[in-house]
Design a protein around this ligand. Structure first.
Ligand SMILES: [Zn+2]
Length: 386
């Protein structure tokens, strides 16, 4: 016998419409949404439990479309801390996921962690060992031995990259992460650390195994190659050129923006000392490049790149860069679901979808900072934060 819960709010943002609806009551059976309507229409039907959030706004659970579970950018030299012992990383990751869930994040897309820690954590969350967001994981990020990628692992040549990807697939990766470029531009043109052949092999191998490919890539020739070769998601795009914005808006590659690594002072100051000046020097050009992507009208998701519990800050940056609150909220909900390839299951409130729900006080379509007013969080039909 399925358990039926009636969730009573006053307002509803379903993740699609541009305004709040007054159909603020949701019926949930086990983990599924089975009805959305006015309280008067649903209140007299059978239910086992009533969750009363009168006066509040019901919306989809948030999706952090780019994070690293054991990363904590509030730590001094946080990239160096990614080399802490695995057991310490695990303990930290559990704490980070608690912060995410408390902030309304019901799904995290993990773009690589140390070893196969993210597989272990996904399994632990699914088995109920502790509560955390649902996880989509990349396992080991794949980079060139010369290349950028503090969280990634070096593999040289197409054959080694192919084997590494197949090992990630065997371990249970949900998708594959590759590092094509560094993060900053510097004085010279943006170098592609992976060759055209390596990118091609990575995409073909992953697609052959039924998985999608995400790439850390900020621009340059590597971005041209990746778009031509059918990259699935482009992460960061900090130094994308106007012609590449045009190409990206026409092709199937999906953009995931990550503002805070560049725009948050304290985070930049927690980088290794030699990296700090460049981040400040390139801030305004990167801001403008991200703004150009938004202005093009292409869909985009958003991620914290490890700033756990602070997805709302990233959403705020999107608005600063010219997104409407509706676009910014969609980046953190339905478009995050698209980046995860889970839009059939999550990302909006619709009958038949999984009941991942955030309840906030106020109207986030007027002011995205209302996302900070978390009243309760429901994941797969279970009240996990209240
Ligand atoms: Zn990242």
């Amino acid at each position: 016998m399925k358990k039926t819960v009636l969730l009573k709010g006053t307002y509803l943002w379903d993740g699609v419409g541009e305004e709040l609806s007054k159909k603020g009551t949701i019926r949930i059976q086990d983990d599924r949404i089975t009805a959305i309507d006015y309280w008067d229409k649903l209140s007299n039907q059978h239910h086992d439990q009533l969750l009363d959030f009168t006066g509040m706004t019901i919306m989809p659970g948030l999706i952090d479309a780019h994070t690293h579970l054991s990363m904590d950018p509030t730590l001094k030299n946080y990239l160096g801390h990614m080399n802490d012992p695995l057991e310490d990383l695990r303990t930290r990751a559990i704490h980070m996921m608690e912060k995410d869930l408390s902030a309304g994040v019901t799904t995290c897309r993990c773009l690589g962690d140390k070893e196969f820690l993210d597989i272990d954590l996904r399994h632990a969350v699914e088995s109920g060992d502790f509560s955390g967001p649902r996880l989509q994981v990349a396992t080991r990020g794949i980079r060139s031995p010369q290349g950028h990628g503090f969280v990634g692992y070096p593999f040289a040549g197409p054959e080694a990259i192919k084997s590494a990807i197949l090992e990630n697939v065997d371990a249970g990766a949900d998708f594959i992460k590759i590092y094509i470029t560094g993060t900053l531009k510097g004085a010279e043109e943006i170098h592609s650390y992976l060759t055209h052949e390596e990118i091609s092999v990575a995409i073909q191998t992953a697609h052959g195994a039924g998985l999608r490919v995400a790439s850390h890539c900020v621009g340059g020739i590597g971005l041209d190659w990746a778009l031509d070769l059918g990259l699935d998601t482009l992460e960061h795009a900090y130094h994308i050129e106007p012609e590449q914005v045009q190409q990206l808006s026409r092709c199937s590659t999906f953009l995931v923006l990550t503002p805070s690594p560049i725009l948050t002072d304290q985070r930049v100051l927690n980088l290794p000392a030699p990296l700090i000046p460049g981040h400040f020097e390139e801030r305004s050009i990167i801001f403008n490049n991200m703004a150009a992507c938004i202005a093009s009208g292409m869909p985009f998701a958003v991620g914290t790149d490890g700033m756990h519990g602070e997805l709302v800050s990233e959403v705020g940056y999107l608005v600063d860069m010219g997104a409407t609150p509706h676009q910014a909220l969609q980046a953190a909900t339905i478009n995050g679901a698209k980046a995860c390839n889970l839009e059939v299951e999550i990302g909006s409130l619709e009958v038949g979808k999984c009941a991942d729900i955030l309840i906030v006080d106020g109207n986030p379509l007027n002011d995205v900072n209302k996302l900070r007013n978390v009243v309760a969080v429901i994941k797969a039909g279970e009240l996990v934060i209240s």
